[in-house]
Design a protein around this ligand. Structure first.
Ligand code: HAM
Length: 432
């Protein structure tokens, strides 16, 4: 085995490179801007936690805890796990830092890598990135609606308004046991026909049989009783109020009676945002309410709701939208000769300080070869600085895409390009 083969990235883990990373920045920056208008503040929690937090938080019978965690013993003999998701960590952080002593609701967002030992496929990785939000301290469906509205606003701002929002209610500890009984009675006769995972779920987590994608399981559960027909009074009111609020906010949604989510902590509201353009792994974002989890993890009795977006999947959709984007610099400076070189470098620094991406050519090379390089880099504009231009206090500009050109005063070069900034991609964040 050659060195290059031996040291390949681990299966299901990948490098994120330019120009894809530009899309990631866009998503991260837009998410932060949107979330902060709703009062969410960023938290950063460790990538590893004690295994017990996830076993307790996510649930022993879940696929994540049963087969997907990266768990190992540290040098002190403690069992620790790489986080498979962000909610359990956020809950631990909320309790440990006594954030419940602050006015409710407390609203937080986070982003970073998560780890699940799943079978890699398109859109499914073993290390993947999430941007998540968690709001603690209100049981009101108004908060659920606000979160869905915030998620929608983010997707609209990213140019992805066509995604499908599916919601369901999976009840609470008062009504779910009754529903489980009714469901088990319905499924009992066909039990032997289910896939091995669902046979296991029949004992440990029968609701999960409802969203199994295996064809024979889909067939066998046809006509299964719906959980929304077995909700207690409080859960029913919560769910109908949420639907009214979403309609008032003009957020399109459908009720999906089979969506139950793969994590055990959910109560009442569960939701997923899916896309028709992603193949089998079509969930772009997902979340729900988890009113019992803070207490179960040793904190006070505080209800909560949140969601997380899958970064690779969002970036995949944005990539499909922006295939025409070239990803080159806004300005390429082609200076001719030594004096023009100094002037060119000075101008490049000035434009960069204004947030414009600038590349410079080799002033010793011919104009033709510098133009070729500008073209290879997919530059938007070339600025030509020769003796002629500098004597007149001007610069020559050429727009490569359409061949237009002209001359303009050097003194106004900053505003000239600021006005022509074609897309935010080319404007790098400027710290004022
Ligand atoms: P989740 O449904 O497990 O929920 O993951 C949320 C999103 O992360 C998914 O919709 C998907 O876009 C992305 N995702 C999950 N697994 C992978 C993977 N293997 N590869 C690529 N992307 C993936 C949670 O994690 C909950 N913590 C969400 C939440 C927050 N609920 C309440 N608050």
């Amino acid at each position: 085995m050659s060195g290059a083969e031996k040291y390949r990235a681990l299966k299901g883990m990948r490098d994120v490179l330019p120009p894809e990373i530009d899309l990631w920045h866009r998503v991260e920056q837009t998410a932060a801007a949107v979330f902060e208008t709703y009062g969410f503040r960023e938290i950063r929690t460790p990538i590893a936690e004690s295994t017990a937090l996830f076993t307790r938080g996510i649930g022993e019978g879940t696929d994540i805890v049963e087969k997907e965690m990266y768990t190992f013993e540290d040098k002190g003999g403690r069992s620790i796990s790489l986080r498979p998701e962000g909610t359990a960590s956020a809950v631990r952080c909320y309790i440990e830092n006594q954030l419940h002593t602050l006015p409710s609701p407390q609203k937080y967002y986070y982003s970073g890598p998560m780890f699940r030992y799943e079978r890699p496929q398109s859109g499914r990785f073993r290390q993947f990135y999430q941007i998540g939000v968690e709001a603690f301290g209100s049981a009101s469906p108004v908060l659920d609606a606000e979160l869905l509205s915030m998620l929608r606003q983010l997707l609209v701002r990213l140019g992805l308004p066509e995604l499908n929002v599916q919601i369901n209610s999976i009840g609470c500890e008062a009504c779910r046991p009754t529903y489980k009984k009714v469901l088990l009675e319905f499924l009992e006769g066909s039990r032997d026909g289910f896939c091995p995972d669902c046979q296991r779920r029949y004992m440990s987590n029968p609701l999960r049989i409802l969203d199994c994608k295996v064809e024979r399981c889909v067939g066998l559960r046809q006509g299964a009783p719906r959980i929304t027909d077995h909700l207690c009074e409080d859960c029913r009111t919560h769910f109908t109020t949420l639907q009214t609020l979403l309609s008032k906010l003009e957020i399109p949604f459908v009720v999906n009676h089979e969506m139950v989510r793969g994590l055990d902590y959910y109560t009442r509201t569960a939701f997923e945002v899916t896309s028709g353009n992603l193949g089998a792994q079509n969930a772009v974002a997902a979340g729900g309410r988890y009113d019992r989890l803070v207490k179960e993890c040793g904190g006070p009795d505080v209800p909560a709701v949140g969601f997380a977006l899958g970064m690779e999947r969002i970036a995949g959709l944005l990539k499909q939208l922006s295939s025409a984007e070239t990803g080159g610099p806004m300005v390429f400076i082609a200076a001719m000769g030594e004096y023009a070189l100094y002037e060119g470098l000075r101008i490049a620094e000035k434009l960069r300080s204004e947030g414009i991406w600038v590349e410079t050519g080799d002033s010793a090379a011919s104009l033709k070869s510098q133009m070729r390089k500008a073209d290879r880099l997919a530059s938007e504009y070339v600025v030509i600085l020769g003796e002629d231009e500098l004597t007149a206090g001007e610069f020559t500009w050429k727009r490569l895409k359409d061949g237009s050109d002209g001359r303009a005063p050097l003194a106004g070069i900053g505003p000239f390009f600021a006005e022509r900034m074609v897309s935010s991609r080319k404007r790098v964040n400027v710290v004022e």
